[in-house]
Design a binder for this molecule. Structure first.
Ligand code: HEC
Length: 93
């Protein structure tokens, strides 16, 4: 099944098709939306379908570069902080 059909199958159970809304996210931003749908709203999305769904949505609903850069920066912040923390622990021991 392609991304468009998977979105219809998995994402129209509770609301309208998210690809039809005026809602734009980068690749990582859509992964965050899918993750939130699963964890907070109880959406059932098998792990193998997350990438095709996110790839399709970020293809048809991609934001401007400023939003995309902001979303990737936020996503990178967590691992960056963990890395800095590890570096600091290594230095001070
Ligand atoms: C089990 C029900 C359920 C399913 C299935 C579901 N959603 Fe949602 N969705 C919600 C609810 C409830 C809200 C409103 C509350 C919120 O924003 O979390 C919402 C809101 C949204 C919004 C608008 C808010 C935002 O952050 O932009 C988007 C986009 C969205 N869903 C995308 C998706 C996608 C993509 C899928 C499929 C992978 C999906 N949803 C599947 C329950 C669901």
């Amino acid at each position: 099944m392609d991304g468009a059909s998977l979105v219809v199958k998995r994402c129209t159970v509770c609301h309208e098709n998210p690809a039809g809304r005026n809602n734009r996210h980068s690749w990582i931003g859509w992964q965050a939306v899918i993750f939130r749908m699963q964890t907070l709203n109880g959406a059932e999305v098998p792990i193998a379908e997350r990438f095709p769904i996110g790839a399709y949505l970020s293809d048809v609903r991609h934001p401007g570069w400023a939003v995309a850069v902001a979303e990737w920066s936020i996503a990178a912040l967590g691992p960056a902080l963990v890395g800095l923390w590890g570096f600091w622990r290594m230095r001070s021991s």
